[in-house]
Design a protein around this ligand. Sequence first.
Ligand code: NDP
Ligand code: GDR
Length: 371
Amino acid sequence: MAKRALITGITGQDGTYLAELLLNKGYVVHGVKRRASLLNTDRIDHLYQGPDISDRNFILHYGDLTDSTNIVRIVQEVQPDEIYNLAAMSHVKVSFEMPEYTADADGIGTTRILEAIRLLGLKDKTKFYQASTSELYGLVQEVPQSETTPFYPRSPYAAAKLYAYWITVNYREAYGMFACNGILFNHESPLRGETFVTRKITRAVAKISLGLQENLYLGNLDAQRDWGHARDYVEGMWKMLQQDEPEDFVLATGVTTRVRDFVIMSFREVGVELEFKGEGVDEIGVIKSIRNVDFPLSVGTQVVGVDPRYFRPTEVELLLGDPTKAINKLGWKPEYTLERMCSEMVQADIELFRRDQILKREGFLIKQQYE
Ligand code: NDP
Ligand code: GDR
């Protein structure tokens, strides 16, 4: 009998890669998607299998983590062997603008699932994965950060995730549930949401190289992040639930990079060397040299600027993870280097925007808003 997995947040970056991974392993995958006024299933449409429910192994349910009634109904219907709770209001900056909703979805939402498992009598059957985050470390207490580093959240998002972390630990200890926290450092991919910094950069670089955009405005260029690839990280999530005993694990690459250096790396991918001048809000990125004959701008042009709108009221300056426990106990290892991932993301965005380039050339693209 095939294992049944239930993934919340299936329409997101990680939900997509995890669904692919589990389908390849022979699972029947159920996913929770939100009702939206427009279709929001772009990332998982390739997994859709047609109307006949009897032979489908990929099934979607409408639901929302802020509504316990639908969570209970879905868990009861699916009777999952494994639940991966990936759903969240996952944007740190936005959480300052929506603190209460973030607490409800990211914090209490986790309790709603854990309670559903418990109340439905599934605590000995259903294993639970909680998408915890390196944002828990917040204000630097220790470098590198591991499973034993103290937490100091710096945003409503991180505070909500801190609650979710501890309620997961509590249900494990109180009720003997198989519940794990994956404390995952930033992970990116061509499927990354467009307003997270890496994707914002690779999209902008692709568009600038195609003559569709002239400038990229960012916030804190000095922030350092331990960036891995989502494809590697979903493998780690699955491995955590295959252990004999439930435990919490850090997944990270052990390498940290400044936002500024990711910008330089991305421009290099399109044959442009960038140099940064000035400081703080006056810092700019200027083209130093060009190897790409098709590049539409010339040496000396400013392509990067700083916009204080993107600063956060409290920032997490430095994240660097220590994945030793996952390497030793799970046999997990990240395969992607940052350079390889950056190249994949820039090239995927160039593919994406080639169509716009043709439309612009033929006079069909009048104006587009870029975030
Ligand atoms: P995304 O933002 O790409 O995806 C979030 C998913 O959650 C989407 O499917 C979204 O639906 C869904 N969602 C949001 N709010 C609700 C709600 N109230 N009810 C039901 N579903 C909801 O995030 P990622 O895939 O990048 O991350 C997955 C999880 O891992 C998140 O919990 C995130 O906080 C956490 N995390 C991510 C890291 C990263 O670097 N990517 C690192 C550490 C932790 P919709 O598509 O409709 O918006
Ligand atoms: P983060 O990711 O906050 O680490 O959370 P994000 O890519 O948003 O920011 C990373 C760093 O870049 C700085 N930055 C900018 N960020 C954005 N979004 N836009 C900008 O223009 C910009 N300029 C500079 C930020 O200040 C920050 O320091 C991600 C999310 O996926 C969370 O859900 C997850 O928990 C953590 O990673 C681990």
